[in-house]
Design a protein around this ligand. Structure first.
Ligand code: NAD
Length: 481
Protein backbone atom coordinates (compact mmCIF):
# COMPACT_ATOMS: atom_id res chain seq x y z
CA UNK A 1 0.00 0.00 0.00
CA UNK A 2 1.39 3.44 -0.83
CA UNK A 3 2.23 5.52 2.25
CA UNK A 4 1.27 9.11 3.03
CA UNK A 5 4.11 10.53 0.95
CA UNK A 6 3.40 8.39 -2.06
CA UNK A 7 2.46 9.91 -5.38
CA UNK A 8 -0.18 8.56 -7.74
CA UNK A 9 -0.67 9.88 -11.23
CA UNK A 10 -4.11 9.27 -12.70
CA UNK A 11 -5.07 9.44 -16.38
CA UNK A 12 -7.59 12.26 -16.06
CA UNK A 13 -9.77 11.20 -18.98
CA UNK A 14 -10.57 7.71 -17.67
CA UNK A 15 -9.54 7.77 -14.02
CA UNK A 16 -7.07 4.87 -14.27
CA UNK A 17 -3.71 4.73 -12.52
CA UNK A 18 -0.77 5.63 -14.76
CA UNK A 19 2.18 5.85 -12.36
CA UNK A 20 2.96 5.65 -8.70
CA UNK A 21 6.04 6.28 -6.63
CA UNK A 22 7.32 7.98 -3.53
CA UNK A 23 7.62 11.69 -2.86
CA UNK A 24 11.11 12.73 -1.77
CA UNK A 25 11.55 13.44 1.94
CA UNK A 26 13.54 16.43 3.21
CA UNK A 27 16.54 14.16 3.81
CA UNK A 28 16.31 12.84 0.25
CA UNK A 29 16.10 16.41 -1.07
CA UNK A 30 19.25 17.31 0.90
CA UNK A 31 21.05 14.22 -0.43
CA UNK A 32 20.07 15.09 -4.01
CA UNK A 33 21.33 18.65 -3.54
CA UNK A 34 24.65 17.27 -2.23
CA UNK A 35 25.01 15.00 -5.29
CA UNK A 36 24.26 17.93 -7.62
CA UNK A 37 26.74 20.10 -5.71
CA UNK A 38 29.43 17.46 -6.13
CA UNK A 39 28.73 16.99 -9.86
CA UNK A 40 28.49 20.65 -10.86
CA UNK A 41 32.18 21.71 -11.00
CA UNK A 42 33.01 18.81 -13.34
CA UNK A 43 30.09 19.64 -15.60
CA UNK A 44 31.15 23.27 -15.88
CA UNK A 45 34.86 22.58 -16.30
CA UNK A 46 34.17 20.01 -19.03
CA UNK A 47 33.66 23.05 -21.25
CA UNK A 48 30.91 24.35 -23.49
CA UNK A 49 31.57 22.00 -26.40
CA UNK A 50 31.29 18.93 -24.19
CA UNK A 51 28.07 20.25 -22.67
CA UNK A 52 26.60 21.03 -26.08
CA UNK A 53 27.37 17.48 -27.24
CA UNK A 54 25.25 16.10 -24.38
CA UNK A 55 22.46 18.62 -24.93
CA UNK A 56 22.35 17.73 -28.64
CA UNK A 57 22.34 14.03 -27.75
CA UNK A 58 19.30 14.79 -25.57
CA UNK A 59 17.60 16.33 -28.62
CA UNK A 60 18.35 13.18 -30.61
CA UNK A 61 16.95 11.03 -27.79
CA UNK A 62 13.75 13.14 -27.72
CA UNK A 63 13.35 12.71 -31.47
CA UNK A 64 14.01 8.97 -31.29
CA UNK A 65 11.35 8.55 -28.59
CA UNK A 66 8.95 11.19 -29.93
CA UNK A 67 5.96 8.89 -30.30
CA UNK A 68 6.07 7.31 -26.85
CA UNK A 69 6.94 10.69 -25.30
CA UNK A 70 3.88 12.34 -26.89
CA UNK A 71 1.61 9.44 -25.92
CA UNK A 72 2.74 9.70 -22.31
CA UNK A 73 2.15 13.47 -22.20
CA UNK A 74 -1.33 12.95 -23.65
CA UNK A 75 -2.09 10.17 -21.16
CA UNK A 76 -0.92 12.06 -18.11
CA UNK A 77 -2.41 15.49 -18.92
CA UNK A 78 -5.45 14.48 -20.99
CA UNK A 79 -4.46 16.84 -23.81
CA UNK A 80 -5.10 15.69 -27.40
CA UNK A 81 -2.34 13.62 -28.99
CA UNK A 82 -1.85 16.22 -31.74
CA UNK A 83 -1.11 18.82 -29.09
CA UNK A 84 1.20 16.51 -27.15
CA UNK A 85 3.15 15.97 -30.37
CA UNK A 86 3.64 19.72 -30.77
CA UNK A 87 4.91 19.81 -27.17
CA UNK A 88 7.52 17.14 -27.96
CA UNK A 89 8.51 19.16 -31.05
CA UNK A 90 9.03 22.21 -28.81
CA UNK A 91 11.21 20.20 -26.42
CA UNK A 92 13.50 19.21 -29.28
CA UNK A 93 13.48 22.68 -30.86
CA UNK A 94 14.46 24.26 -27.55
CA UNK A 95 17.98 22.88 -27.86
CA UNK A 96 19.26 24.89 -30.84
CA UNK A 97 17.30 27.99 -29.74
CA UNK A 98 19.05 27.79 -26.36
CA UNK A 99 22.47 27.22 -27.92
CA UNK A 100 21.98 30.40 -29.95
CA UNK A 101 20.58 32.37 -27.01
CA UNK A 102 23.49 31.31 -24.80
CA UNK A 103 26.00 32.52 -27.37
CA UNK A 104 24.17 35.76 -28.06
CA UNK A 105 23.14 36.79 -24.56
CA UNK A 106 25.71 35.20 -22.27
CA UNK A 107 28.64 34.54 -24.54
CA UNK A 108 32.12 35.88 -23.98
CA UNK A 109 34.02 38.72 -25.60
CA UNK A 110 37.47 40.20 -25.29
CA UNK A 111 38.77 43.60 -26.37
CA UNK A 112 41.82 45.79 -25.71
CA UNK A 113 41.46 47.65 -22.39
CA UNK A 114 41.84 51.14 -23.82
CA UNK A 115 42.82 52.91 -20.60
CA UNK A 116 45.78 50.59 -20.16
CA UNK A 117 49.01 51.80 -21.81
CA UNK A 118 50.66 48.40 -21.40
CA UNK A 119 48.13 46.54 -23.49
CA UNK A 120 45.80 44.76 -21.08
CA UNK A 121 42.67 42.99 -22.26
CA UNK A 122 39.17 43.42 -20.94
CA UNK A 123 37.03 40.31 -20.97
CA UNK A 124 33.38 39.48 -20.35
CA UNK A 125 32.54 35.88 -19.51
CA UNK A 126 29.67 34.18 -17.75
CA UNK A 127 29.58 31.66 -14.96
CA UNK A 128 26.77 29.33 -13.93
CA UNK A 129 25.06 29.98 -10.61
CA UNK A 130 25.94 26.47 -9.47
CA UNK A 131 23.05 24.30 -8.29
CA UNK A 132 19.53 25.35 -9.28
CA UNK A 133 16.12 23.83 -8.58
CA UNK A 134 13.55 23.67 -11.40
CA UNK A 135 9.87 23.39 -10.45
CA UNK A 136 7.54 22.53 -13.31
CA UNK A 137 3.79 22.94 -13.87
CA UNK A 138 1.44 20.25 -15.13
CA UNK A 139 0.03 21.92 -18.23
CA UNK A 140 3.19 21.60 -20.34
CA UNK A 141 4.97 19.04 -18.19
CA UNK A 142 7.86 18.59 -20.64
CA UNK A 143 8.22 21.84 -22.59
CA UNK A 144 8.12 24.28 -19.68
CA UNK A 145 10.60 22.68 -17.28
CA UNK A 146 12.72 21.91 -20.35
CA UNK A 147 12.72 25.66 -21.07
CA UNK A 148 14.70 26.11 -17.83
CA UNK A 149 16.65 22.84 -17.92
CA UNK A 150 18.29 23.15 -21.35
CA UNK A 151 19.66 26.71 -20.94
CA UNK A 152 20.69 26.03 -17.33
CA UNK A 153 22.67 22.92 -18.35
CA UNK A 154 24.27 24.71 -21.29
CA UNK A 155 25.43 27.42 -18.87
CA UNK A 156 27.06 24.77 -16.66
CA UNK A 157 24.63 24.47 -13.74
CA UNK A 158 23.61 21.26 -12.04
CA UNK A 159 19.89 20.87 -11.43
CA UNK A 160 17.26 19.46 -9.14
CA UNK A 161 14.17 18.90 -11.27
CA UNK A 162 10.81 18.52 -9.58
CA UNK A 163 7.97 17.88 -12.01
CA UNK A 164 4.41 18.69 -11.00
CA UNK A 165 2.91 16.05 -8.72
CA UNK A 166 0.24 15.68 -11.43
CA UNK A 167 2.80 14.74 -14.09
CA UNK A 168 5.54 12.68 -12.41
CA UNK A 169 5.62 10.10 -15.21
CA UNK A 170 6.48 12.70 -17.86
CA UNK A 171 9.14 14.12 -15.54
CA UNK A 172 10.68 10.68 -15.02
CA UNK A 173 10.58 9.97 -18.76
CA UNK A 174 12.36 13.23 -19.54
CA UNK A 175 15.02 12.63 -16.87
CA UNK A 176 15.55 9.19 -18.47
CA UNK A 177 16.21 10.85 -21.83
CA UNK A 178 18.93 12.99 -20.23
CA UNK A 179 20.53 9.85 -18.80
CA UNK A 180 20.38 8.22 -22.26
CA UNK A 181 22.03 11.34 -23.70
CA UNK A 182 25.03 10.76 -21.44
CA UNK A 183 24.48 13.54 -18.89
CA UNK A 184 26.89 12.74 -16.04
CA UNK A 185 25.32 11.40 -12.87
CA UNK A 186 24.30 14.06 -10.37
CA UNK A 187 24.03 16.87 -12.95
CA UNK A 188 20.27 16.46 -13.15
CA UNK A 189 18.66 15.02 -10.06
CA UNK A 190 15.01 14.06 -10.39
CA UNK A 191 13.06 14.89 -7.24
CA UNK A 192 9.46 13.75 -7.18
CA UNK A 193 6.85 15.30 -4.92
CA UNK A 194 4.15 17.91 -4.37
CA UNK A 195 4.15 21.28 -2.60
CA UNK A 196 5.86 19.92 0.52
CA UNK A 197 8.82 18.69 -1.55
CA UNK A 198 8.82 21.97 -3.50
CA UNK A 199 9.11 23.91 -0.24
CA UNK A 200 11.95 21.66 0.89
CA UNK A 201 13.76 22.30 -2.40
CA UNK A 202 13.26 26.04 -2.03
CA UNK A 203 14.70 25.88 1.49
CA UNK A 204 17.66 23.68 0.50
CA UNK A 205 21.24 24.88 -0.06
CA UNK A 206 20.83 25.72 -3.74
CA UNK A 207 21.96 28.84 -5.59
CA UNK A 208 18.54 29.56 -7.04
CA UNK A 209 15.21 28.29 -8.26
CA UNK A 210 13.53 28.46 -11.66
CA UNK A 211 9.77 28.23 -11.32
CA UNK A 212 6.85 27.94 -13.72
CA UNK A 213 3.45 27.70 -12.07
CA UNK A 214 0.67 29.65 -10.41
CA UNK A 215 0.94 33.12 -8.87
CA UNK A 216 0.07 31.98 -5.32
CA UNK A 217 2.89 29.41 -5.38
CA UNK A 218 5.27 31.97 -6.90
CA UNK A 219 4.40 34.45 -4.13
CA UNK A 220 5.02 31.75 -1.50
CA UNK A 221 8.43 31.07 -3.05
CA UNK A 222 9.26 34.79 -3.09
CA UNK A 223 8.46 34.93 0.65
CA UNK A 224 10.71 31.93 1.26
CA UNK A 225 13.49 33.54 -0.78
CA UNK A 226 13.19 36.92 0.97
CA UNK A 227 15.67 35.71 3.60
CA UNK A 228 18.26 34.77 0.97
CA UNK A 229 18.40 37.64 -1.54
CA UNK A 230 21.70 36.32 -2.91
CA UNK A 231 19.91 33.33 -4.44
CA UNK A 232 18.41 33.60 -7.91
CA UNK A 233 14.63 33.28 -8.20
CA UNK A 234 12.97 33.30 -11.64
CA UNK A 235 9.17 33.23 -11.53
CA UNK A 236 6.99 32.49 -14.57
CA UNK A 237 3.39 32.67 -13.39
CA UNK A 238 -0.19 32.94 -14.60
CA UNK A 239 -2.34 35.62 -16.20
CA UNK A 240 -5.81 37.10 -16.39
CA UNK A 241 -5.33 37.92 -20.03
CA UNK A 242 -7.47 40.33 -22.10
CA UNK A 243 -8.45 39.98 -25.74
CA UNK A 244 -9.82 43.27 -27.07
CA UNK A 245 -12.00 43.40 -30.19
CA UNK A 246 -12.23 46.80 -31.85
CA UNK A 247 -13.17 48.04 -35.34
CA UNK A 248 -13.23 44.50 -36.66
CA UNK A 249 -13.92 44.25 -40.39
CA UNK A 250 -16.75 41.74 -40.90
CA UNK A 251 -14.82 40.27 -43.83
CA UNK A 252 -12.61 38.64 -41.16
CA UNK A 253 -15.40 37.29 -38.97
CA UNK A 254 -14.53 33.62 -39.38
CA UNK A 255 -10.83 34.06 -38.64
CA UNK A 256 -11.64 36.35 -35.73
CA UNK A 257 -14.04 33.82 -34.18
CA UNK A 258 -11.33 31.14 -34.46
CA UNK A 259 -8.84 33.46 -32.80
CA UNK A 260 -11.25 34.06 -29.90
CA UNK A 261 -11.97 30.34 -29.50
CA UNK A 262 -8.31 29.39 -29.69
CA UNK A 263 -7.30 32.16 -27.29
CA UNK A 264 -9.86 31.11 -24.71
CA UNK A 265 -10.28 27.36 -25.06
CA UNK A 266 -7.09 25.85 -26.51
CA UNK A 267 -5.71 23.18 -24.15
CA UNK A 268 -9.09 23.35 -22.37
CA UNK A 269 -8.07 26.83 -21.24
CA UNK A 270 -5.00 25.45 -19.45
CA UNK A 271 -2.43 27.75 -20.98
CA UNK A 272 -0.97 30.63 -19.02
CA UNK A 273 -1.57 32.85 -22.06
CA UNK A 274 -5.23 31.89 -22.62
CA UNK A 275 -7.63 34.82 -22.91
CA UNK A 276 -9.78 35.02 -19.79
CA UNK A 277 -11.52 38.30 -20.67
CA UNK A 278 -13.04 39.28 -24.02
CA UNK A 279 -13.39 43.07 -24.14
CA UNK A 280 -15.63 44.31 -26.95
CA UNK A 281 -16.98 47.54 -28.36
CA UNK A 282 -20.51 47.66 -26.98
CA UNK A 283 -23.14 46.94 -29.63
CA UNK A 284 -20.61 46.60 -32.46
CA UNK A 285 -19.62 42.95 -32.50
CA UNK A 286 -22.75 40.87 -32.09
CA UNK A 287 -22.04 38.96 -35.31
CA UNK A 288 -18.61 38.00 -34.00
CA UNK A 289 -20.12 36.83 -30.72
CA UNK A 290 -22.64 34.71 -32.65
CA UNK A 291 -19.80 33.19 -34.67
CA UNK A 292 -17.80 32.47 -31.48
CA UNK A 293 -20.82 30.77 -29.89
CA UNK A 294 -21.45 28.65 -32.99
CA UNK A 295 -17.81 27.62 -32.95
CA UNK A 296 -17.70 26.95 -29.21
CA UNK A 297 -20.83 24.81 -29.42
CA UNK A 298 -19.22 22.64 -32.09
CA UNK A 299 -15.76 22.19 -30.57
CA UNK A 300 -14.81 18.52 -30.29
CA UNK A 301 -14.02 17.64 -26.68
CA UNK A 302 -12.75 14.12 -26.17
CA UNK A 303 -10.04 11.84 -24.83
CA UNK A 304 -6.52 12.31 -26.23
CA UNK A 305 -6.52 9.42 -28.67
CA UNK A 306 -10.06 9.81 -30.05
CA UNK A 307 -10.60 9.66 -33.79
CA UNK A 308 -11.33 12.28 -35.07
CA UNK A 309 -8.90 14.16 -32.86
CA UNK A 310 -10.61 16.59 -30.49
CA UNK A 311 -9.94 20.32 -30.32
CA UNK A 312 -9.49 19.98 -26.57
CA UNK A 313 -9.44 17.33 -23.88
CA UNK A 314 -10.39 17.36 -20.24
CA UNK A 315 -8.84 19.54 -17.54
CA UNK A 316 -6.12 17.90 -15.51
CA UNK A 317 -8.15 16.39 -12.66
CA UNK A 318 -11.59 16.12 -11.12
CA UNK A 319 -10.35 18.37 -8.34
CA UNK A 320 -9.38 21.05 -10.88
CA UNK A 321 -12.77 20.66 -12.60
CA UNK A 322 -14.65 20.96 -9.28
CA UNK A 323 -12.67 24.09 -8.39
CA UNK A 324 -13.36 25.69 -11.77
CA UNK A 325 -17.08 24.90 -11.62
CA UNK A 326 -17.31 26.38 -8.12
CA UNK A 327 -15.37 29.54 -8.97
CA UNK A 328 -17.15 30.12 -12.29
CA UNK A 329 -20.48 29.49 -10.53
CA UNK A 330 -19.67 32.23 -8.02
CA UNK A 331 -19.45 34.81 -10.84
CA UNK A 332 -23.00 36.07 -11.09
CA UNK A 333 -22.92 37.54 -14.57
CA UNK A 334 -25.25 36.85 -17.46
CA UNK A 335 -24.51 33.29 -18.53
CA UNK A 336 -24.14 32.97 -22.30
CA UNK A 337 -22.82 29.41 -22.22
CA UNK A 338 -22.54 27.60 -18.88
CA UNK A 339 -19.32 25.87 -17.87
CA UNK A 340 -20.58 22.29 -17.54
CA UNK A 341 -19.18 18.90 -16.73
CA UNK A 342 -19.64 16.86 -19.87
CA UNK A 343 -19.19 13.38 -18.42
CA UNK A 344 -20.16 12.34 -14.90
CA UNK A 345 -17.11 11.63 -12.71
CA UNK A 346 -14.59 12.86 -15.30
CA UNK A 347 -13.08 16.34 -15.74
CA UNK A 348 -14.35 17.11 -19.26
CA UNK A 349 -15.76 20.66 -19.27
CA UNK A 350 -17.68 22.52 -21.95
CA UNK A 351 -16.54 26.07 -22.78
CA UNK A 352 -18.24 28.61 -20.51
CA UNK A 353 -18.91 32.24 -21.46
CA UNK A 354 -20.43 34.80 -19.10
CA UNK A 355 -21.15 38.51 -19.60
CA UNK A 356 -19.75 40.37 -16.58
CA UNK A 357 -20.17 43.91 -17.90
CA UNK A 358 -20.52 46.33 -14.99
CA UNK A 359 -19.80 43.66 -12.37
CA UNK A 360 -16.93 43.52 -9.96
CA UNK A 361 -15.27 40.16 -10.59
CA UNK A 362 -12.30 38.70 -8.65
CA UNK A 363 -9.02 39.37 -10.46
CA UNK A 364 -7.96 35.74 -10.47
CA UNK A 365 -6.80 33.26 -13.05
CA UNK A 366 -9.47 30.64 -13.82
CA UNK A 367 -7.27 28.00 -15.40
CA UNK A 368 -9.89 26.34 -17.61
CA UNK A 369 -12.21 26.93 -20.59
CA UNK A 370 -14.02 29.95 -19.18
CA UNK A 371 -14.29 33.37 -20.81
CA UNK A 372 -15.68 36.57 -19.29
CA UNK A 373 -17.21 39.13 -21.65
CA UNK A 374 -16.86 42.85 -20.90
CA UNK A 375 -18.57 45.50 -23.06
CA UNK A 376 -17.09 49.01 -23.11
CA UNK A 377 -17.92 52.13 -25.09
CA UNK A 378 -14.53 53.66 -25.96
CA UNK A 379 -11.08 52.37 -26.88
CA UNK A 380 -9.55 54.12 -23.88
CA UNK A 381 -12.02 52.22 -21.71
CA UNK A 382 -11.02 49.02 -23.49
CA UNK A 383 -7.34 49.59 -22.67
CA UNK A 384 -8.21 50.49 -19.09
CA UNK A 385 -10.32 47.32 -18.79
CA UNK A 386 -7.51 45.24 -20.32
CA UNK A 387 -5.10 46.59 -17.70
CA UNK A 388 -7.55 46.26 -14.81
CA UNK A 389 -5.67 43.25 -13.46
CA UNK A 390 -2.74 42.58 -11.14
CA UNK A 391 -1.40 40.17 -13.77
CA UNK A 392 0.36 41.11 -17.01
CA UNK A 393 1.20 38.09 -19.11
CA UNK A 394 -0.47 38.35 -22.51
CA UNK A 395 -2.89 40.67 -24.30
CA UNK A 396 -4.17 40.88 -27.85
CA UNK A 397 -6.10 43.23 -30.10
CA UNK A 398 -8.41 41.86 -32.75
CA UNK A 399 -9.30 44.39 -35.49
CA UNK A 400 -8.30 48.00 -36.01
CA UNK A 401 -5.44 49.41 -38.05
CA UNK A 402 -1.78 49.86 -37.21
CA UNK A 403 -2.37 53.21 -35.50
CA UNK A 404 -4.97 51.61 -33.22
CA UNK A 405 -2.64 48.69 -32.53
CA UNK A 406 0.15 51.10 -31.63
CA UNK A 407 -2.18 52.75 -29.10
CA UNK A 408 -2.97 49.30 -27.74
CA UNK A 409 0.69 48.30 -27.61
CA UNK A 410 1.66 51.54 -25.84
CA UNK A 411 -1.14 51.20 -23.32
CA UNK A 412 -0.91 47.45 -22.62
CA UNK A 413 0.81 46.23 -19.52
CA UNK A 414 1.76 42.71 -20.57
CA UNK A 415 4.86 40.78 -21.64
CA UNK A 416 3.20 39.35 -24.78
CA UNK A 417 1.17 41.81 -26.88
CA UNK A 418 -0.30 40.45 -30.13
CA UNK A 419 -2.34 41.90 -32.98
CA UNK A 420 -4.86 39.85 -34.96
CA UNK A 421 -3.38 36.69 -33.52
CA UNK A 422 -4.42 34.66 -30.45
CA UNK A 423 -3.25 35.65 -26.97
CA UNK A 424 -1.58 32.25 -26.77
CA UNK A 425 0.60 32.54 -29.86
CA UNK A 426 4.19 33.20 -28.78
CA UNK A 427 7.32 32.73 -30.89
CA UNK A 428 9.62 30.10 -29.42
CA UNK A 429 12.72 32.14 -30.24
CA UNK A 430 11.46 35.27 -28.44
CA UNK A 431 11.61 36.07 -24.74
CA UNK A 432 8.54 35.06 -22.77
CA UNK A 433 7.44 36.52 -19.47
CA UNK A 434 5.07 38.87 -17.78
CA UNK A 435 4.83 41.75 -15.35
CA UNK A 436 2.74 42.23 -12.22
CA UNK A 437 1.73 38.92 -10.70
CA UNK A 438 2.78 37.14 -13.90
CA UNK A 439 6.52 37.27 -13.28
CA UNK A 440 9.44 38.90 -11.49
CA UNK A 441 11.15 40.46 -14.51
CA UNK A 442 13.14 37.36 -15.33
CA UNK A 443 11.58 36.41 -18.66
CA UNK A 444 12.09 32.88 -19.90
CA UNK A 445 12.32 31.29 -23.38
CA UNK A 446 14.99 33.15 -25.38
CA UNK A 447 15.99 35.24 -22.35
CA UNK A 448 16.28 32.19 -20.06
CA UNK A 449 20.01 32.34 -20.81
CA UNK A 450 20.13 35.58 -18.78
CA UNK A 451 19.00 34.02 -15.52
CA UNK A 452 21.06 30.84 -15.92
CA UNK A 453 24.43 32.60 -15.66
CA UNK A 454 26.03 35.68 -14.15
CA UNK A 455 28.51 37.97 -15.86
CA UNK A 456 32.13 38.27 -14.77
CA UNK A 457 34.06 41.31 -16.03
CA UNK A 458 37.86 41.04 -16.07
CA UNK A 459 40.87 43.19 -16.97
CA UNK A 460 43.81 40.89 -17.75
CA UNK A 461 47.51 41.26 -18.57
CA UNK A 462 50.49 38.91 -18.71
CA UNK A 463 52.68 41.01 -16.38
CA UNK A 464 51.88 43.37 -13.50
CA UNK A 465 51.80 47.01 -14.47
CA UNK A 466 49.95 50.13 -13.31
CA UNK A 467 50.50 53.82 -14.04
CA UNK A 468 51.73 55.57 -10.94
CA UNK A 469 48.87 57.60 -9.42
CA UNK A 470 49.42 61.20 -8.14
CA UNK A 471 50.80 61.33 -4.60
CA UNK A 472 52.40 57.89 -4.79
CA UNK A 473 56.00 58.77 -5.64
CA UNK A 474 58.49 55.97 -5.99
CA UNK A 475 60.42 55.48 -2.72
CA UNK A 476 64.06 56.52 -3.06
CA UNK A 477 65.25 53.45 -1.26
CA UNK A 478 63.53 50.27 -0.53
CA UNK A 479 64.59 48.38 2.48
CA UNK A 480 65.76 49.01 6.05
CA UNK A 481 65.18 52.38 7.62
P1 NAD B 1 1.34 25.22 -9.24
O1 NAD B 1 1.76 26.55 -8.75
O2 NAD B 1 0.25 24.53 -8.50
O3 NAD B 1 2.58 24.19 -9.19
C1 NAD B 1 3.78 24.46 -9.90
C2 NAD B 1 4.91 23.68 -9.22
O4 NAD B 1 5.13 24.21 -7.92
C3 NAD B 1 4.60 22.20 -9.04
O5 NAD B 1 5.78 21.49 -9.27
C4 NAD B 1 4.17 22.12 -7.60
O6 NAD B 1 4.38 20.86 -7.00
C5 NAD B 1 5.04 23.16 -6.95
N1 NAD B 1 4.51 23.73 -5.72
C6 NAD B 1 3.22 23.86 -5.34
N2 NAD B 1 3.14 24.50 -4.15
C7 NAD B 1 4.41 24.77 -3.77
C8 NAD B 1 5.00 25.43 -2.65
N3 NAD B 1 4.26 25.95 -1.68
N4 NAD B 1 6.34 25.57 -2.61
C9 NAD B 1 7.11 25.10 -3.62
N5 NAD B 1 6.61 24.45 -4.69
C10 NAD B 1 5.29 24.29 -4.76
O7 NAD B 1 1.02 25.37 -10.77
P2 NAD B 1 0.28 24.32 -11.74
O8 NAD B 1 -1.14 24.23 -11.32
O9 NAD B 1 1.07 23.08 -11.82
O10 NAD B 1 0.40 25.03 -13.14
C11 NAD B 1 -0.55 25.92 -13.65
C12 NAD B 1 -0.14 27.34 -13.38
O11 NAD B 1 1.11 27.60 -14.03
C13 NAD B 1 -1.11 28.36 -13.94
O12 NAD B 1 -1.23 29.41 -13.02
C14 NAD B 1 -0.43 28.84 -15.19
O13 NAD B 1 -0.82 30.12 -15.62
C15 NAD B 1 1.01 28.81 -14.78
N6 NAD B 1 1.89 28.73 -15.93
C16 NAD B 1 2.71 29.78 -16.21
C17 NAD B 1 3.51 29.74 -17.35
C18 NAD B 1 4.45 30.85 -17.70
O14 NAD B 1 5.38 30.61 -18.46
N7 NAD B 1 4.25 32.07 -17.22
C19 NAD B 1 3.46 28.64 -18.18
C20 NAD B 1 2.61 27.58 -17.84
C21 NAD B 1 1.84 27.63 -16.71
Amino acid sequence: MPGSDSLRSIRPYDGTLLWQGAAASEAEVAAAVARARAAQPGWFSAGLEARLAVVRAFKAAVEAEADSFARLIAEETGKPLWEAKTEVGSVAAKVEISVQAHAERTGSREAPFKADPAGATQALRHKPHGVLAVLGPYNFPAHLPNGHIVPALIAGNALLFKPSELTPAVGAFMAGLWAKAGLPQGVLELVQGAGHTGRALAAAETDGLLFTGSAPTGAALARQFAETPHRMLALEMGGNNPLVVWDLDEAHLEAAALIVAQSAFLSAGQRCTCARRLIVQDGAHDKLLDAVLALADGLLIDQPFADPQPFMGCVVSNQAADGLLARAGAIHGKTIRPLLRLREGLPFLTPGIVDVTGLSVPDEELFGPFLQLVRVSSFDEAIAAANATRFGLSAALLGGDRALYERFWMGSRAGVVNWNRPTNGAASNAPFGGVGLSGNHRPSAYYAADYCAWPVASVEADVPFIARPPGAAAPKTIGVR
